[in-house]
Write a protein of this length. Structure first.
Length: 245
């Protein structure tokens, strides 16, 4: 195991302090650069100073850069205005899959993009309408697939629009779970997917958060559940109490 030197520990501590001072929710290279300069006796700080890079110059550059801009995507194939939200790696296809979010009015819409690790440009998954968000993605260790939830925004709220499976090799997009197609246990008569949690290594068992409506109606129950993709059978694992979605 490699241990950080005292200097490196101090630099990271300074970088964290810089991010806190500026109200940033991330620690980026700009904060680490300031952290190096704050560790005045280290070789890197002396070298930067000799080449005219001062702490005041770095502070000025950071403070002039809008915080939101720092989080925006600049990768080829991803449109301007999207921000990084989730990144996954699928080993069988050697593909990176990212969820990107963009705020439009009162809505936050997500899109998925993929690229092979040897490629430069990201490709978008599917062609969702402007009122549909692709989100809550999961992948597995043995199959070249990614599964994600689809939310349709209508009437001022979001409704589950189905769960989709995307093959990262063939780029085929298929509806995996449609509305009201789940095989659900009694005493419930209706269920919908709130978000995905994980996928088994073989891609056959999906873990998710589900909303369950009893036969008698009334209050919705929330569960952590497993779903066998072959027969769409939902098994309730644990009631989620005192949690709001």
């Amino acid at each position: 195991m490699t241990c950080l030197t005292k200097e490196c520990q101090n630099i990271l501590r300074h970088a964290s302090g810089e991010a806190d001072r500026l109200g940033h929710k991330h620690i980026g290279t700009e904060h680490i650069l300031a952290g190096i300069l704050l560790e005045q006796d280290c070789y890197a700080a002396r070298l930067l100073n000799e080449h005219g890079v001062s702490l005041e110059t770095v502070h000025s550059g950071i403070e002039e850069e809008p915080t939101k801009e720092l989080a925006q995507a600049k990768s080829p194939g991803i449109p301007a205005g999207y921000q990084w939200k989730t990144l996954l790696y699928n080993p069988p296809s050697e593909s990176i899959v990212v969820e990107m979010a963009r705020t439009e009015g009162h809505l936050t819409l997500s899109r998925l993009f993929t690229r092979h690790i040897a490629a430069e440009v990201y490709e978008r998954v599917g062609d969702p309408p402007n009122d549909v968000s692709y989100e809550s993605l999961v992948t597995c260790e043995e199959q070249p697939i990614v599964i994600f939830n689809s939310t349709k925004w209508e009437g001022g709220g979001g409704n589950n629009d189905g769960v989709y499976l995307f093959n990262l090799l063939t780029r085929e997009l298929t509806l995996c779970i449609g509305r009201d197609t789940l095989n659900i246990p009694e005493p419930y008569h209706r269920s919908w997917v709130l978000s995905l949690v994980s996928l088994s290594d073989d891609g056959q068992l999906l873990y998710l958060k589900a909303g369950m409506l009893p036969d008698t109606g009334g209050v919705v129950d929330y569960y952590l559940a497993s779903l066998t993709l072959a027969n769409k059978k939902l098994q309730l694992l644990s009631r989620l109490k005192d949690i709001r979605f």
